[in-house]
Each structure stands twice: as structure tokens, then as C-alpha cells.
Design a binder for this molecule. Structure first.
Ligand code: PLP
Length: 397
């Protein structure tokens, strides 16, 4: 069904079904709408506002950068790019970075790297292994890699060169290794976000790493949603003790300022050369400063440990309050990336939570998803539980 334009926004293309509130300002994990109503933010703009809202050290840094230089173009040396890139390499153990502006752009670039890597090795029609229920973005190539027929519908012809497998099924990838000589890369989210908070198992990731090494494939891990501290480590794959060859990032990296990045290990770091890829806005000084300050504040304030402990506290609180409630299928996720699968579609909970002063999300029809700012306190997590658990209980009764 077509979405009708909202009567208050007749000139905005109606691609979103919006809730009927407009947020105006925020502080920490609290935001207020234009009517002055207060909300507790357990969504962080879909895993974006790492440091919450109006952070007292991020805001002055951004103001300083705004006054100095917003944009300079990639015609010139970019010391702030080098600074953020070296930090990303330090925390990931990888080798270099290309900067862009969003998740889909980072993934699009990763797909180009995989194809060029194939061509460099004499494979004219390279193929990339992708996953059921994956979400990688809305451009034609990233939509083609996405594993959701609903968001793909109406946009064919989609790109060729993808081989789709189910998650956590190493036999399916081994089968592709046997039967598809043109495969050059495996591309997956470490924890599928839009697909319903579905985690790749650690042993599966390790098996993929080994297979990629044996076959000389690139292991490309989309950490756009699960990266930047959300699970309690810098990157979700670090729980499995492996390293990717290519890691697209975005969302939380700029704590609200658009920043995308493709972080590459040695196997992928020199695939693209002068003239192979580019973007006007990518790596601009404002975005770089946002990334630098976000990572600095995360480190100074121990936000990885906070994400792990407050995430565990939040999940334990929900499990305690919802203990024995019929209709809860499973709790999933790690750190401050939490999914609660219900036995029925639960989109209505979005509006109900909003009315109760709590911002959350529902994804994959039946999964309540929490992605709070990484600065959330245990007291705020308790408040999330106090609002959300009764709503879910009532919804399922
Ligand atoms: N990759 C993942 C894992 C995502 O969750 C998303 C967005 O939800 C994207 C890519 C696309 O990012 P963007 O909306 O910035 O293009």
C-alpha cells in the first residue's frame, strides 16, 4: 500500500511511516518534542547518537570545527582524515581507511573493492556471498546484497554477482566454495540489525575466516549497526577473536554527524588506487572531527565497558520483569544492541512506547529492538524496563 504524505509535511516525499511527534532538542538520553513532552531515548536515532544528545564535550568540539573549516575537498591533504583513520586502524588492527558519508556508501565501496580484487586476480565476473535477512542499504548494489524481498520489491533488475546463503550454516558456504569458482568475498553483518538482531555465532565467524584464508576470499564484515562499541567491544567481530579484510562503518561513528568509513586490512588495503573511487563530501573536516571526538570520548569515559554492563543490566531487567510471559520467543543481541522476538507482529508497540515516553524500534515485524546511546546509565536502563515491560505484557495478554 502507498504511504500517504503526512498532512503537516505535504512536500516531503512519503517514504516513511512517521510517528506523529517532532523531536526538538535533547540532553544525554533524554529528548523533548516540539510540544515539550519528554522521552527516554532507547533508540539513539537507530544506533547513531553514540554519545546521546547535546554532549558537553562533543558540542564545543563541533562548534570549534564549524568555525574553522566545514569542507575542504579531497583535492588537498586531509590531516583530520589521517587522524581518524589512524585511530580506526589502531582499534581494529587493520591497515587503512576510505571515508564516505553513510552506511550504504561504505557497503557500496566494499562491494567495489571485492569486485576489483576479483578482476585483479583474473576473475571477470566476480561473485560475492551474501545472506538471507541481511540489510546493507538502499542503493541498487547494496539493495541487491540485502536479503529482504520486501525492500527489494519494485526495484529490479537488481545487480547480479551475489550468491545467497543462510546465516550460521558453514556447509552452505563450503558448498559455494566447491561449486562457484568466481566467488571472491563473503559479506555479512556480524549481528544482523534490520533483519531482527540475529547474531553470527563465534565459531561460524572463525570458520568463515579460515575458509576465506584458504580460498583467498575477502571477509567483509558490515559493522554499520553493530560496530563502534555497541556490543561492548569496539567491533562486534572482536568477540570471536578474528579480523575482517574489509569493514564498512557508519551510524555511530560520528555520534549524529554523518560519517561512513571502509576500514581495510592488508589484503584489501591497496585494491583501490587513484581514480578508482571517490566522493565529494567524504572525509570532510566536520565529519572527521565528529569521528575523532566520538572515539576519544568513548575511550575517556569507558563507554565500551558501559555498553557491556548497562546492556547486560537492561536485558536482565527485561528478562526478570517478563519472566513467564507467554508470547516472548527469544532475547537476542549483545551489549546495547538488544532484540526481543515476540510471537506476533508488534509494530503497534512503537506508538504505544512513544505515547508512554520511550523511543524504541520494531524490526522484522516481530522484534522489539533497543539501541540506546552508549552513555545510558543503569538508572536509565531501569526506567526503560519500567516503561517497556508492562507495555509488552499488556500487548501479549
Ligand atoms: N548496513 C547495516 C548493517 C545497516 O543497519 C544499515 C542501516 O540500517 C545500513 C547498512 C545502511 O546504512 P545507511 O542508512 O547509512 O545507508
Amino acid at each position: 500500500p502507498k504511504t500517504m504524505a503526512h498532512p503537516a509535511e505535504p512536500h516531503v516525499m512519503a517514504t516513511y511511516g512517521r510517528l506523529p511527534i517532532a523531536l526538538s532538542h535533547g540532553r544525554g538520553c533524554r529528548v523533548w518534542d516540539t510540544e515539550g513532552r519528554e522521552y527516554l531515548d532507547a533508540l539513539a536515532g537507530i544506533a547513531v547518537n553514540t554519545l546521546g544528545h547535546g554532549h558537553p564535550r562533543l558540542v564545543p568540539a563541533l562548534q570549534d570545527q564549524l568555525a574553522k573549516l566545514i569542507h575542504s575537498s579531497n583535492y588537498y591533504m586531509a590531516p583530520l582524515q589521517e587522524k581518524l583513520a589512524s585511530k580506526l586502524c589502531e582499534i581494529s588492527g587493520l591497515a587503512n581507511v576510505f571515508f564516505c558519508n553513510s552506511g550504504l556508501e561504505a557497503n557500496e565501496g566494499a562491494l567495489k573493492i571485492a569486485r576489483k580484487y576479483g578482476h585483479d586476480r583474473g576473475i571477470d565476473k566476480p561473485e560475492i556471498i551474501v545472506y538471507e535477512k541481511a540489510f546493507h542499504g538502499r542503493s541498487i548494489a547494496t539493495l541487491s546484497a540485502t536479503g529482504n524481498p520486501k525492500v527489494q520489491a519494485g526495484f529490479g533488475p537488481l545487480d547480479e554477482g551475489f550468491v545467497r546463503v543462510p546465516l550460521n550454516d558453514i556447509a552452505a558456504v563450503e558448498e559455494a566454495a566447491r561449486t562457484r569458482p568466481n566467488v571472491v568475498a563473503v559479506f555479512l553483518e556480524v549481528i544482523q540489525g534490520e533483519g531482527g538482531i540475529n547474531a553470527s555465532r563465534a565459531d561460524y565467524l572463525r570458520a568463515l575466516r579460515k575458509l576465506c584464508d584458504d580460498k583467498q576470499w575477502l571477509l567483509m564484515l558490515d559493522e554499520v549497526q553493530c560496530g563502534i562499541g555497541r556490543t561492548g567491544k569496539w567491533f562486534a567481530h572482536q568477540w570471536a577473536g578474528i579480523q575482517p579484510d574489509v569493514m564498512p562503518l557508519a551510524k555511530g561513528l560520528g555520534s549524529g554527524v554523518p560519517v561512513g568509513a571502509i576500514v581495510c586490512g592488508p589484503k584489501a588495503a591497496n585494491v583501490l588506487g587513484a581514480g578508482n573511487h571517490g566522493t565529494t563530501f567524504g572525509g570532510n573536516p566536520l565529519a572527521m572531527r565528529a569521528g575523532i571526538e566520538t572515539l576519544r570520548i568513548m575511550e575517556e569515559d569507558g563507554l565500551l565497558a558501559n555498553a557491556a554492563s548497562v546492556g547486560a543490566h537492561l536485558r536482565a531487567g527485561l528478562e526478570r520483569e517478563l519472566d513467564g510471559v507467554k508470547g516472548i520467543v527469544e532475547y537476542r543481541g549483545q551489549g546495547l544492541m538488544i532484540g526481543i522476538e515476540l510471537d506476533r507482529p508488534c509494530g503497534d508497540l512503537l506508538k504505544q512506547a512513544c505515547d508512554a515516553g520511550l523511543l524504541i524500534s520494531v524490526t522484522a515485524d516481530r522484534v522489539v529492538r533497543l539501541l540506546p546511546p552508549l552513555i545510558m546509565t543503569t538508572a536509565e536502563a531501569d526506567k526503560v524496563v519500567a516503561i517497556l515491560a508492562p507495555l509488552i505484557k499488556k500487548f501479549l495478554s
